[in-house]
Design a protein around this ligand. Structure first.
Ligand code: MG
Length: 405
């Protein structure tokens, strides 16, 4: 069990395979449950929308029954996904197909397996799962302690033995592994029928950690679950909008070529002067981080990453932004847009603008079209006009759920 271990410095990168090849007809009707619409989007779409906001996501592949191709294509309209992977006869075959087909994955990469019918997974829980995987050579699964009294059902549903529940946890997804471990587990499991990947990995002798997941991380299986899902999605839809403003200034180093580059918006610019500061002095990412902290009512960058702390010396400011994004996502927040203004006479920002937008998009998970970078001068007036430093302003809009249910 891993509930409160101190997280390492940064969230690791990971791949996701989404198991969506099931027939899922316990809800009734002829449409598999992952393609049933709730509030105008399919269950699968809701689940994928959630996953695509997780920071550190390297790839997300969906495994489907090829017979459902048309339902699938319609279902994922508007989402940025690679081509689907064809599933197999049973869940285990489907995951195995996924592991064989997923491109550009290395043996030590982390891979998460997730159910298509779990749209309410909280990023904070996924992050704890990733930290558990990162801190030891294990597998890990989100799980919830069982709270009901458990008894075996005898003949004619007469209650039999009581099963002690104090050590019983119900497993959820995502479940996470190192790619090589899961691949080997599936290679070695031809004769096994398993509905859960942790069972296969445990058979290799690899420990599986149970990481506490939210009780809202339900798998939509029955009509009652669907009613609950509608209610939870209605609640999420009642998002409130917040805006935050960030402003920062850093002066240029007085010496040319101090050994570190000028960093702006996460990228290094070809320029003879760097900015002075305790971290890498990326004035734009500092303003942006402050703006997001503003939306959360969470103080300022100096409180969270004090310049007096030696661990932040020469720190890549992308880490500040990523950690702040994690705070936002932990509250089920969504970035809506970023408007960033850089104020300086030099360097010229235009040639770097596209690369800067892509970099911020990579760190925040926000699509490029919602990120704007402007540059202006102060007509040679003031400290920016004299070329003594660079100023940056950021305006950020987010939404947060009205309140946690
Ligand atoms: Mg600063």
């Amino acid at each position: 069990m891993n509930t409160s271990s101190e997280p390492p410095s940064a969230t690791p990168e990971f791949h996701v395979l989404v198991a969506a090849a099931g027939q899922g007809k316990r809800l009734g009707g002829t449409t598999p449950k992952q393609y049933i619409e709730i509030h105008g989007k399919t269950l699968l779409h809701h689940t994928l929308e959630n996953i695509l906001h997780w920071p550190g996501l390297k790839s997300c592949h969906v495994i489907i029954n090829p017979e459902h191709k048309d339902l699938y294509e319609k279902s994922v309209t508007g989402l940025d996904l690679p081509p689907f992977i064809a599933g197999g006869k049973e869940r285990k075959n489907s995951i195995n197909n996924g592991l064989k087909s997923i491109p550009n994955v290395k043996n030590d990469d982390l891979i998460l397996i997730h159910d298509a019918a779990r749209p309410f997974t909280k990023w904070g829980d996924v992050k704890n799962l990733l930290y558990a995987l990162q801190s030891s050579p294990c597998g890990a699964s989100l799980a919830c302690p069982v709270s009901d009294t458990l008894r075996k059902a005898g003949q004619d549903a007469i209650a039999g033995d009581v099963i002690k529940r104090d050590k019983l946890w119900a497993l959820q997804t995502p479940q996470g592994f190192r790619f090589k471990d899961l691949k080997k587990a599936h290679q070695d499991s031809d004769s096994l029928s398993a509905t859960d990947d942790t069972v296969l990995v445990s058979k290799l002798g690899i420990p599986v950690k149970l990481v506490r997941g939210s009780c809202y991380n339900i798998k939509i299986t029955t009509k009652e679950d669907m009613i609950l899902a509608k209610a939870l999605l209605s609640h999420q839809a009642q998002a409130e909008t917040y805006t935050g403003l960030g402003f920062d200034v850093h002066r240029f180093e007085t010496e040319k070529n101090t050994g570190r580059p000028l960093k702006l918006c996460g990228i290094a610019l070809d320029y003879p002067y760097a900015l002075a500061g305790h971290s890498d002095a990326d004035v734009a990412l500092h303003a942006l981080t402050d703006a997001i902290l503003g939306t959360l009512g969470a103080g300022d960058i100096g409180q969270h990453f004090p310049p007096s702390d030696p661990q932040f010396e020469n720190m890549d400011s992308a880490v500040f932004l990523e950690k702040t994004m994690n705070m936002l996502l932990a509250r089920q927040g969504r970035l809506v847009n970023i408007d960033l203004t850089l104020i300086c006479e030099h360097p010229k920002i235009g040639p770097y603008r596209t690369q800067m937008i892509e970099c911020i998009s990579g760190i925040t998970g926000l699509e490029s079209a919602r990120i704007n970078i402007k540059a202006t001068t102060t007509e040679k007036l003031g400290f920016t006009g004299r070329g003594e430093g660079i100023a940056a302003q950021a305006l950020v809009t987010i939404t947060l759920p009205k309140a946690s249910p």
